[in-house]
Write a protein that binds this ligand. Sequence first.
Ligand code: AMP
Ligand code: TRP
Length: 332
Amino acid sequence: MTRIFSGIKPTGHLTLGNYLGAMRRWVEVDQHGADALFSVVDLHALTVEHDPARVRRLTRQSATLLLAAGLDPELCTLFVQSHVHEHTRLSYLLECTATDGELRRMIQYKEKGARAQSAGQGVRLSLLTYPVLMAADILAYRTDEVPVGDDQTQHVELTRDLAVRFNQRHGHTFTVPRATHPPVAARVMDLQDPTSKMGKSHEPGAGIVYLLDEADLVRKKIMRAVTDSGTDVVYDRAERPGLANLLEILAACTGADPAVLAGEYRSYGDLKRDAAEAVVELLAPIRKRHAEIAADHGYVDAVLRAGAERATALARPLVDDAYRAIGLLPAG
Ligand code: AMP
Ligand code: TRP
């Protein structure tokens, strides 16, 4: 059976981008047809300035929202990364496999490093090594497929390179995984700045729709989305990014094709109204279910405990193999 692994960082409240670009597919497709593991990757939230209480809160909230969005612990394994020690154990071996140059080339490192620097904060070493930890997340489970938004392609490529290199040097140990992306809305853009990704770690703003936003707030944000100076509705990502983003959001919600949708609209207003209603409808059941699950702390804890147990049982033998293969003497 295909093994799937994906993760989400508790660095902010989950957004429509997380849902359309990743979570929805986990819920609708991945957990059914495969042996799927999903992790709230909390260690990754420590690579930039962070508030400990907030990370803890967001870790629980992210897990709760994943369950609310439809991940079913009977069908998949949901756990918190730091509860499973195999990730950091393996990460070190992969640090001994990756090169400094390879990691410095990562786009996210360059972007986030520059941001930290211009904010007068030091660039944490973990920001540089973070893709290696991500590779460990993936490789520890003999993962075949990694469903992610397309901003993660470079990291999955690195993971493949590390797996191949380790296998060549030390004997076949890891499965070489591949990234998979959703057909539409692989990248949902900020409604106020449609040339940048709708990111949960960004400053909260009018351009970001959060999964727990009230219906009226969602409507307001979408109705105020920045469009372009034209008046005709055409689908053109390069020239008309604001409009393309709205078309893709509506298309992703309704299962339509953005180019075909463009032909059905005469005005931006109508398109915005329909996109807003489609998103409100999409999010309503998630918000309702979140309130129910959040009221039952014991439930979320129990799911995460069972998830970490299963994940540990899967990863430990493989990580032990990797320790042996790389030359470490097993403890008697
Ligand atoms: P992150 O928010 O960076 O932890 O990402 C969690 C998952 O959501 C990853 O698979 C990302 O690729 C995906 N994702 C995050 N933001 C977006 C976005 N604006 N559009 C599409 N996918 C996204
Ligand atoms: N780096 C991913 C992101 O920023 C999150 C992540 C960490 C991840 N480990 C992973 C995604 C393993 C897929 C598989 O979105």
